[in-house]
Design a binder for this molecule. Structure first.
Ligand SMILES: [Zn+2]
Length: 65
């Protein structure tokens, strides 16, 4: 699984796994359906917090080995 360098807002972990790229989220609000723009979804490997970013966001790969 691809890992990116970033900081989790919950636990400050800098490890997250890529859940999906160009993910569109659909839902309902006040009886109207909506569909978001494509987003990159990452999940913190430490606490499981989901982070969503605009598709234009770029992440630097960090090598810890
Ligand atoms: Zn976290």
């Amino acid at each position: 699984m691809e890992q990116k360098a970033l900081s989790c807002p919950i636990c400050q972990s800098n490890k997250a796994e890529m859940i999906g790229k160009s993910v569109k989220l659909a839902g309902e609000f006040e009886n109207k359906e909506f569909l978001t723009t494509p987003m990159t979804v990452l999940r913190c490997v430490k606490c499981g917090f989901y982070m969503m970013f605009d598709n234009s966001a770029e992440f630097t790969t960090k090598e810890d080995l």
